[in-house]
Design a binder for this molecule. Structure first.
Ligand code: PLP
Length: 497
């Protein structure tokens, strides 16, 4: 393919993408193919001779499309959203154009410096404390800063490694030699709640530390008291606490942990305090949500996925550290093939030292496009409209009388179920098993309907239905639909009792 053909085909592809987005509401969001469907219909070896663009495009339509679940559909209400936007796509197209591997400043100074700048923009946009800024108000370099990771899971591993480094330094400051401190690693414990995303456990598995999963109460929040008790028990058993993760917007219910309480404990125990706001962090672009995030200003690191609810195409997980020393010390390995920048290097960041892999894409571009083309006001409007829709759905579900809300609707997530009284037969109390089955059936009927996709979760043994509103392309029409389908499906479940 030469540049001229690329020009022609590229325009066709842009048209196809625009058509796809315009028609998303007419496509069932959930793929219903059976496992292995694709292996049967595509060759098991790459072609020896070149194939035409038309043939590949035809296969995309007939073979790939049926196996796609359409995350960008306004009728996709499962998990959490994974926003796409036209400015985000355009920025990513330029990133593909450059196709750099920006591990060091010299690999592409603009890529590194734009990342530092847009991460400060984004940090200010979500009201982060100045400690997290890469460039201070007086123009000098900050001790902290932002870095774009692929996912919240990668961010989690990176900061856990930084936390381990901090703990090792602490042990050395207490008089242990480097070797002696290293030998204590097997005693290191990371703290999570039973609502923390699995990314925390995975990070701990990867770095090989112990974990203490703390049980939450009915509000599904990690509290200061529970954390203190867990740490005290572990210290009494000779273990060494080194890391805690609080969540701002858990995956199950968007619950918010006691972040000020966690910060207090982390400070007194001198352990790394990470705040995972993968989903809900985007809401902080709206000042009215910031009081809910009190405590973040005292953490060591904070992360949210701009690719979840902030219009930026996957992958764009924004991570800030208040002090990059431990992260960089833990992840920096010098080799002669990593040439340093020359001249005044005070602003030079080598982002390979802030992340797990070496190579990295120019992801700052799409974030820059999004922030400039929507403006802060456009991003706030995006968030506020979804929150309005979620609260509207909650009201309608309550007004229907057959549903009960299981967790506060704070952001774009509505968590509910069919009421026990609706499932109970006669005067008998309903069994949890029957209640859970009815709610699983509710979700099944909604999805079998084919017009939308949503999921349930389990909250301490209770099946809860989750409707996560947040598609960049969704409107009130889509939320009207989810309400209609929920009501119809509820009638079906009740009729079958
Ligand atoms: N943390 C929370 C609270 C999440 O909800 C999720 C995913 O939904 C993650 C972490 C993991 O995100 P990622 O896929 O970016 O690793």
């Amino acid at each position: 393919m030469d540049a001229n053909e690329f020009r022609r085909r590229g325009k066709e592809v842009v048209d196809a993408i625009a058509d796809y987005y315009e028609n998303l509401d007419n496509i069932p969001p959930l793929s219903t193919v059976s496992p292995g469907y694709l292996y049967k219909i595509i060759p098991n070896e790459a072609p020896e001779t070149p194939e035409s663009f038309e043939d590949i495009q035809a296969d995309l339509k007939t073979k790939i499309m049926p196996g796609m679940t359409h995350w960008q559909s306004g009728n996709f209400f499962a998990w959490y959203p994974s926003n796409s936007s036209f400015p985000g796509i355009l920025g990513d197209m330029y990133s593909s154009m450059f196709n750099i591997v920006g591990f060091n400043w010299v690999c592409s100074p603009a890529a590194t410096e734009l990342e530092t700048v847009v991460m400060d923009w984004l940090g200010k946009l979500v009201g982060l404390d100045k400690r997290y800024m890469g460039i201070k108000d007086d123009g000098t370099e900050g001790t902290g800063g932002g870095v774009i990771q692929g996912t919240a899971s990668e961010a989690h591993i990176a900061v856990m490694i930084a936390g381990r480094e901090m703990a090792l330094e602490r042990l050395k400051a207490q008089g242990l030699s480097g070797d002696e401190a290293d030998k204590m690693r097997h005693k290191f414990v990371a703290y999570f709640s039973d609502q923390t995303h699995s990314a925390g456990q995975k990070a701990a598995n990867i770095i090989g530390c112990k974990t203490h999963m703390i049980a939450t109460g009915d509000d599904l929040r990690l509290t200061k008291q529970a954390l203190q008790a867990a740490i005290a028990a572990d210290k009494a058993a000779g273990l060494i606490p080194f890391f805690v993760c609080g969540t701002f917007g858990t995956t199950n219910t968007a619950a918010i942990d006691d972040l000020p309480g966690i910060a207090e404990v982390a400070e007194s125990e001198q352990i790394w305090n990470h705040v995972d706001a993968a989903y809900a962090g985007a809401a902080l672009v709206c000042p009215e949500f910031r009081p809910l995030a009190a405590g973040i200003e005292r953490a060591d690191s904070f992360n949210f996925n701009a690719h979840k609810w902030m219009l930026t195409n996957f992958d764009c997980s924004a991570l800030w550290v208040a002090n990059s020393t431990h992260l960089v010390n833990a992840l920096s390995i010098h080799r002669e093939y990593f040439p340093p920048a020359e001249g005044d290097t005070s602003f030079v960041k080598n982002y390979r030292d802030w992340q797990l892999p070496l190579g990295r894409r120019f992801r700052a571009l799409k974030l820059w496009f999004v922030m400039r083309m929507y403006g802060a006001s456009g991003i706030r409007a995006h968030i506020r409209e979804h929150v309005r829709q979620a609260r509207w759905l909650e009201e309608q579900l309550l007004a229907d009388g057959r549903f009960e809300i299981l967790a506060p609707t704070v952001f774009g997530l509505v968590v509910f179920r069919l009421k026990p009284s609706v499932i109970a037969k006669g005067d008998k109390d309903v069994d949890l098993e029957d209640l859970n089955k009815a709610n699983n059936d509710l979700v099944k009927y909604c999805n079998v309907d084919g017009r939308l996709f949503l999921l349930s979760t389990l909250l301490k043994g209770v099946v809860a239905v989750r409707v996560a509103i947040g598609s960049s392309f969704g409107t009130q029409k889509n939320v009207d639909l989810v309400l209609d389908v929920l009501k119809e499906s509820a009638s079906k479940v009740i009729a079958e009792l």
